[in-house]
Design a protein around this ligand. Structure first.
Ligand code: ADP
Length: 538
């Protein structure tokens, strides 16, 4: 017997309509690319979203067309999220840090007819222009007064929408229709396209709003440092509108000082970003002695959350929560919200729990398998390849030429992990970064985290280096914190009290900077190239 309930499609426009009906005065504030602060409300934004939808239709955009955007977190890109998906076209968010070859690849691969871009990226877009095979029109996300002529034949966004009505009749269509797409950062091979459906993003937005996930409420003010150009700023432009959370878009200023200004002036209570962003902010607070009295919580994901960050932000009364996910998971898989009995523990007993990636959101199934595909126990000890499935997890890469899933329809994340009997996920490493030594797996993340606890270490990256006896041994690469001059011996001693013997690095090298990739994470591939012929001492 089937249920006798209405079958209404889960569309992102329903989120917008809900927000307009219930939270029309909720604020959206942007530090614009042009400079000044722009503020308006959800009610105002809905009118401009309608204008854009009408403009796109007038331009000839039809369902399924892929519209490219390479933009900072601003109200204009926010408007694109709702307008493009709302007319059943597909917003292709492009990461400007992919590098010119990959950027051209993804725009051609997605066959974008239109390319919207922030003027800060105009030189990059102009350089790409000769390589772009499908783009018919370029549109700068600005007004006529701020247009420049770097990109030939470009219109401006404000001109494009100016003469169109601010009323639109949103169409209804199948909830499995594509709404957005994003490419993985292509650290191994060409970037792969992940195509999100309305249903997937709506369902993840519901889950993200749970108290066991992002746990924001109406009255909160959220600043996404996570970019709208990569995995939809962790889906927050949708989840914030579900519950009437104010949004503050930092635009082009993502340095410690720039972020501090927006967090402070706009009384931001919740933010989200990768560890490098949080490190930059912490550094700024420590250098200046400034405080953030309004900021209560931050979601830190995309890479392991170092213990030094948890401790550092606790001094400022900011609770950092770890999340884990990936482009292929829209992107949130787990969030670490501690239950009261763990939260009440003294800091040294609590931190080991906070260093885990958290528990799965509802509908995210996780399992561990060994290298031949046998399922392993979630007993807090077995370490294996992490596979997932769920309604917001990729089924197939865009134009895939080989199967994306395992034979029994799970997605292999490429991560190695442990899951404990209470459901907590602990990411050991990416399978390709784990150090295989003497028959054991050593986590590069554990060594990096331990090194980061040393006051003289600003950044740490660990790679495995070939070893004649042990197969691989860890090399620790360090960027010193300004004003400190630690020696390799001092750091070795420091690590001996914090790591088991197999994980003690065989060598430590100091460098001026460690390469980071398109999503702000340490680029191990580059680090490996840099130390390709490295010879371990002794
Ligand atoms: P890319 O790095 O290719 O852009 P994503 O941004 O989708 O891909 O990153 C996903 C990967 O980031 C995960 O598979 C995992 O390796 C890593 N990651 C994300 N969150 C965490 C975390 N909390 N701890 C450790 N690694 C993480």
């Amino acid at each position: 017997m089937m249920g006798l309930m209405m079958d209404r499609p889960l569309l992102t426009t329903e989120i917008l309509k809900h927000a307009v009906r219930n939270y029309r005065n909720t604020e959206i504030v942007t530090r614009t690319v042009e400079g000044p602060i722009h503020r308006y409300t959800i009610g105002d934004s809905a009118k401009r979203i309608a204008k854009l939808a009408n403009a796109l239709k007038a331009m000839g955009v039809t369902p399924g067309d892929r519209i490219g955007v390479m933009g900072m977190n601003t109200y204009r890109q926010f408007e694109m999220y709702y307008a493009v998906g709302g007319i059943s076209a597909v917003l292709h968010t492009i990461n400007p840090r992919l590098g010119p070859d990959n950027a051209a690849f993804v725009i051609n691969h997605a066959e974008n007819d239109y390319l919207f871009y922030d003027t800060v990226f105009a030189p990059l877009v102009a350089a790409l222009q000769p390589k772009l095979e499908t783009v018919k029109q370029y549109i700068a996300l600005t007004d006529a007064d701020h247009a420049d002529d770097a990109v030939s034949g470009a219109l401006t966004y404000e001109e494009l929408i100016a003469d169109h009505s601010d009323i639109v009749e949103w169409p209804e269509f199948d909830e499995n229709t594509a709404v957005a797409m994003c490419y993985t950062s292509g650290t191994t091979g060409d970037p792969k396209g992940v195509v999100y459906s309305h249903r997937a993003l709506v369902l993840q937005s519901f889950a993200a709003c749970l108290p066991t996930a992002m746990s924001m409420v109406e009255g909160d003010t959220f600043l996404p440092v996570v970019p709208m150009f990569h995995v939809n700023a962790w889906n927050t432009p949708y989840s914030c509108l579900m519950i009437g959370v104010n949004q503050v878009f930092p635009g082009p200023r993502l340095d410690g000082e720039g972020l501090y200004e927006m967090l402070d002036q706009e009384k931001v209570t919740f933010s989200a970003g990768v560890p490098t962003v949080w490190l930059g902010l912490l550094d700024y607070l420590e250098k200046t002695g400034k405080k953030l009295p309004h900021l209560k919580k931050g979601l830190c994901g995309g890479a392991a959350l170092p213990e030094a960050l948890i401790r550092g932000f606790e001094k400022y009364d900011v609770e950092l929560q770890q999340g884990w996910g990936m482009t292929e998971m829209s992107p949130i898989g787990t969030v670490n919200v501690l239950p009261p009995h763990l939260k009440a523990l003294p800091i040294d007993e609590r931190i080991p729990h906070q260093l885990k990636a958290g528990r799965a959101l509802p509908f995210v199934d996780m399992r561990l398998v060994d290298s031949v595909g046998h399922i392993l126990a979630c007993d807090g000890e077995c370490e294996g390849h992490l596979q997932v499935r769920g309604p917001w997890i990729v089924k197939e890469y865009y134009k895939a030429t080989e199967p994306t899933l395992t034979a029994d329809d799970w997605f292999d994340t490429g991560d190695v992990a442990i899951i404990d009997p209470d459901g907590y996920l602990q990411i050991t490493d990416r399978a390709k970064d784990v150090i295989k030594t003497g028959g054991e797996w050593v986590s590069s993340i554990d060594i990096e985290n331990a090194a980061m606890l040393h006051e003289g270490v600003a950044q740490a990256g660990v790679i495995g280096v070939p070893h004649p006896v042990w197969q691989e041994r860890p090399l620790l690469v360090i960027v010193k914190r300004a004003g400190y001059d630690p020696t390799a011996e001092e750091i070795q001693e420091f690590l001996k009290t914090r790591l088991h013997k197999m994980a003690w690095p065989d060598a430590i090298e100091f460098v001026k900077n460690i390469p980071v990739g398109a999503t702000g994470k340490i680029l191990k591939t580059e680090l490996r190239k840099q130390f390709k012929d490295y010879e371990l001492p002794g």
